[in-house]
Design a protein around this ligand. Sequence first.
Ligand code: C5P
Length: 246
Amino acid sequence: MSVEQTAPPRALRPAERIAVAVDVADRVRLLELVQALKGEVGLFKLGKEVFTALGPAAVELVRAEGAQVFLDLKYHDIPNTVAGAVHAAGRLGVRMLTVHASGGEAMLRAAHEAAQAAAVPPLVIAVTVLTSLADADLERLGLAGPVAQAVERLARLALGAGADGLVASAQEVGRLRRGLGTAPWLITPGIRPAGAGHQDQARVATPGQAAADGADVLVVGRPITQAPDPVAAARAIAAELGGGAP
Ligand code: C5P
């Protein structure tokens, strides 16, 4: 665990560094969370659950409330199909979206080019190796490991092909920031404020640790959405990130 700041984060206010993962399937609950939290966090991360349940209306709901969307659908397909999906996401006005780096260089370039065509280009954030996979899984998949090396290989491939940043677990973020410098956006899930329950997350970091290791944006779901007071939970995280600065 690093206690030193390994790289200065880009100039973001503490609240802008929080992406709240809204893993719900219900429109009313989504609206309730967005209305409560839109002044407290930078992004609402909409993933496969909410998008499959509600479709683009989920993105439109967040945008209509004046808030930003991180569309986490982890695109992985042939370049033409991914380019079409990224174009569509751009038209919906998302701020950030995810693709799988393992989709390969041509797919990553197609995603980058499609993003650039949007009026406000969304940031293309690449997923390297899913944190649910261990060295033995890579071996069974016939992929060169260990995981740490595969992460670095895929990270460099993605950034070289135009990705703006990476999803980096709390375990990876310090190493990636040191190795890749300040340019890439690093987005870190698995965040648990001290004292919060871990739920199904095996390895977690506090907001302060992840930020000190070089994360730009922290993905926080249940510690905010399932807190008795989600606004207070988001404010406590922002305070940890910025000493309470506005
Ligand atoms: O509720 P919690 O804070 O665990 O939510 C974390 C969010 O980040 C979920 O939407 C989860 O799918 C996502 N995520 C993750 N670990 C990764 C990549 C994404 O927890 N390695």
